[in-house]
Design a protein around this ligand. Structure first.
Ligand code: HEC
Ligand code: HEC
Length: 305
């Protein structure tokens, strides 16, 4: 695809390129033809520093030929490869195509490596040192910017090393998460709860669920309001992995701990997204990654004899 939004710039750049090449040809031609009349000792008559004089020799042949070759080469290059404005070049080369073919090549070369992983279940793969090393590298390159290089996450980005899962921690669920991505969505709930005081009460009730310090009178008042939340977080507040609603009883907080954080969740809601990786990573790579992630919070299984 061309980066030019209007044809003018393409023509402008192509024109400038051709003009500069023609300029070089002209320069070469003119200097080759021009004969400087020289004095009998073949100097130009210029004298510096008392006795330093300039000889009037023609440019060396080899130098002129190098110049000619450069010009011819540049013309051939511009016919073959993209370079003249948005002209594609006769060879059909694109940087995107080259990248794709290199990726294909790499995938092909890695196929035997991943083939030995394919036979093993994820639970066993998690204990395979080779798979672990590859998983770690894939993680650092593709996941660490959000989940941290130690996979412990940060505010809004889940910790992958604990046994607390928003969307499920079985190998299949983890593979699904990485492949298709996930959206965790909580709508703003303040209207369903009532006034600011009701929101404060329900927040105190949420804090009480994990035995965090709370105001027990307010929590008692907030309990009734929690019905608005139960559809997603469950009547007992233990969450629902099918829709990614977190467990509110475990004292693990994705979006911050304390009354203010909970009130902000209720008032503003939240849309949190894990990007799908299926277009970036192969299914085999995702399997190795899933084993790596699963291994943080589970004991790998020994190979069956
Ligand atoms: C752009 C940031 C981003 C990148 C890159 C990213 N993730 Fe995530 N990931 C998230 C967010 C945000 C969530 C939480 C989604 C939610 O709130 O439901 C998440 C959730 C997850 C979960 C589910 C956790 C649970 O508790 O169920 C897993 C597993 C996961 N990511 C693994 C990965 C792996 C492996 C990679 C690398 C291939 C990766 N992520 C790359 C942002 C990211
Ligand atoms: C439609 C479903 C839905 C309803 C209703 C709902 N939530 Fe949520 N809630 C979610 C989801 C999904 C998340 C996770 C968002 C994410 O992935 O980042 C969440 C996250 C939260 C969090 C953050 C948890 C953490 O670990 O930081 C709190 C607190 C919370 N909800 C409280 C409530 C309260 C209180 C109510 C009722 C007033 C409520 N929710 C109603 C779906 C819901």
């Amino acid at each position: 695809m061309s980066d030019f939004t209007a044809n003018f710039w393409s023509v402008y750049v192509a024109g400038l390129t051709i003009l500069s090449i023609l300029g070089c040809v002209l320069l070469l031609w003119v200097t080759a033809r021009k004969k400087v009349a020289s004095s009998s000792d073949n100097t130009t008559g210029h004298v510096w520093d008392g006795d330093l004089r300039e000889m009037n020799n023609p440019m060396p042949r080899w130098w002129v030929w190098l110049f000619v070759i450069t010009i011819v080469y540049s013309l051939l290059y511009l016919v073959a490869y993209p370079g003249l404005g948005s002209y594609q070049g006769e060879m059909g080369w694109t940087s995107r195509g080259e990248h794709a073919s290199e990726m294909d090549q790499a995938t092909k070369e890695l196929a035997p490596l991943y083939a030995q992983f394919a036979a093993k279940p994820v639970e066993e793969l998690a204990g395979d040192p080779k798979a672990k090393a590859i998983g770690e590298r894939l993680f650092v390159n593709n996941c660490a910017q959000c989940h941290g290089s130690d996979a412990r996450g940060s505010k809004g980005f889940p910790n992958l090393t604990d046994a607390d899962w928003l969307h499920g921690g079985t190998p299949d669920k983890i593979i699904e998460t990485i492949t298709k991505g996930r959206r965790g969505q909580m709508p703003p709930m303040a209207a369903a709860v009532g006034g600011a005081d009701d929101v404060k009460n329900v927040a105190q009730y949420v804090l009480s669920l994990s035995n965090a310090p709370h105001d027990s009178v307010r929590a008692q008042l907030g309990k009734a309001k929690f019905t608005a939340c139960a559809a997603c977080h469950g009547v007992d507040g233990k969450g629902n992995q099918a829709i990614g609603a977190p467990n509110l009883t475990d004292d693990i907080w994705l979006h911050g701990w304390g009354e203010n954080a909970v009130i902000a969740m209720v008032n503003n809601g939240k849309l949190n997204e894990m990007p799908a990786q299926e277009n970036k990573l192969t299914a085999e790579q995702i399997r190795v990654l899933a084993a790596y992630v699963w291994g943080f919070s589970n004991k790998p299984q020994a190979a069956k004899p």
